[in-house]
Ligand binder design. Sequence first.
Ligand code: IPD
Ligand code: CA
Ligand code: CA
Length: 267
Amino acid sequence: MHPYLNIAISAARRAGTIITRQLEKVDTLEIFEKGINDLVTYVDRSAEEAIMEIIYKAYPQHGIVAEESGVLPGNEFVWVIDPLDGTLNFTHGFPQFSISIAVLYRGVIEHAVIYDPISQDLYTASKGAGAQLNNRRIRVSNREALKSALIGMSFPCRGKDLQPGAHWESNSKVLSTLIFDHHAEPRKIGSAALNLAYVASGKLDGFYESGLKEWDIAAGILLVREAGGYVSDYQGEGESLDTGNIIAGTRRVHRELLKLVQENGVT
Ligand code: IPD
Ligand code: CA
Ligand code: CA
């Protein structure tokens, strides 16, 4: 295993311990609103500090982009960190959240870890070396069409997304087509990183969401690709890291989801 991946795993597990220790106390946690439906607690911050401490001890010259700390410049290696993806779920004690860590070299995602501290499932990938769940090789599902597929998704529901009319019509059309025409089952899990880990391990057949940040998806993009899946932005090309709009899935599910999103003008 690559040493960077080892460090990412140690950091993710350490953050997982910090997060789960606080789970029983969520009722008394002080919650700060960064924006509507955009929360942060001291648990997010302590988990991020612990992750960064482990990375800096091993690689003090590397750069970091972390959700709560921002951009910390370094050399051509950059660690992209979401210390707690699914904060809203966490604050409700709803057990769907994760830690997401990716290592980029000159902008290319080279290593990825997504850790679910509740199930203790550890998803890992290195570019060209496949994807694993708890050290066992994983692949995307073999779903050939949207018919009866399980699709992770989310409505944009922050800040300007909540203005009347914004996004809702196009997103609703996609959703109703999925349900009524394809008899697919949408799932709104509340952690983009977990959605992508679930696509990589075949639990979901596809996933789409708009307006995500690079720390939500960097690790998940590599996991899905290394598990044989397809990932793109809403143009069907390019790196969703830049736009934050992502479609992931098996080859056929990705293609059909992309068509659906484009036909309905989701942005
Ligand atoms: C959020 C989760 C959620 C997605 C939001 C993200 P956070 O991350 O990934 O599933 O719908 O757009 O911001 O704030 O809990 O780290
Ligand atoms: Ca996040
Ligand atoms: Ca977060």
